[in-house]
Design a protein around this ligand. Sequence first.
Ligand SMILES: Nc1ncnc2c1ncn2[C@@H]1O[C@H](COP(=O)(O)OP(=O)(O)OP(=O)(O)O)[C@@H](O)[C@H]1O
Ligand SMILES: [Mg+2]
Length: 241
Amino acid sequence: MLTFNQVDKYAKHHHILKGISLEIASGEAIGIVGPNGAGKSTFLKLAASVLFPDHGQIHFQGEPYIKSLKTLRQHIGYIPQNIALFEELSVKDQLTFWKKAAKKKGSRVFIDEMIHVLGLDQVMSKKVRELSGGWKRKVNVATGLLHDPDIILLDEPTAGMDLAAKHDLLKWLNQLHQHGKTILIISHDWNVINRLCNRILIFQDGQLRFDGRTEDVQAFNSTLREETDQELKKILAEQNL
Ligand SMILES: Nc1ncnc2c1ncn2[C@@H]1O[C@H](COP(=O)(O)OP(=O)(O)OP(=O)(O)O)[C@@H](O)[C@H]1O
Ligand SMILES: [Mg+2]
């Protein structure tokens, strides 16, 4: 459905992503991990068509994605790493604003269910600036999904969330995945990745070092060398791999 073919991305002279090739099928739940600065957010921004490749191609349903941007953006919900909300608006007004701005409308049932599962009904009348960081994250997620997208791209959505909030969000994402949505999620939290994803991408230094099933990460880890891959080994050790 979404295909990356030898994609490179530069920022000034910095080579941020190096020859990324992969294919994402409809209905997959993909976890993206790797050290800080590895290129994870840049990869997700390319998938969301917020950024474009400097070399290589991205295709959406067989078409160069640049040609199908309008359709692509109706299908995609992108939740950025940095929270983008109007601080002075109430949660209710915030959601109304983004609902009006969306290119496609999610059904009332879908939106009500999302609000309920995320527990946002408790904070509807509060202004965003009055909310804690974790609640802001939940509202941030909700605003990006109001149009009921088929492909959901999340950049560290659980950062700063307490266990209960994390649980609510994962419950909602699992529900969406079971209904056939495609999910790509960046997280430093293996619990999040393990509860949701059946495929893992490991980025390091702009390269896709691993692309495979969760159960094959262990075999990949055993191929890493202590002297050259200490950083990755440390990350995988958290997983008891
Ligand atoms: N606009 C930019 N200008 C210059 N350098 C950039 C720009 N955007 C990203 N970079 C650099 O590219 C590299 C990859 O950044 P990216 O945000 O994709 O990493 P990341 O894997 O998401 O890291 P983190 O886990 O810290 O969020 C970093 O070294 C970053 O400093
Ligand atoms: Mg990032």
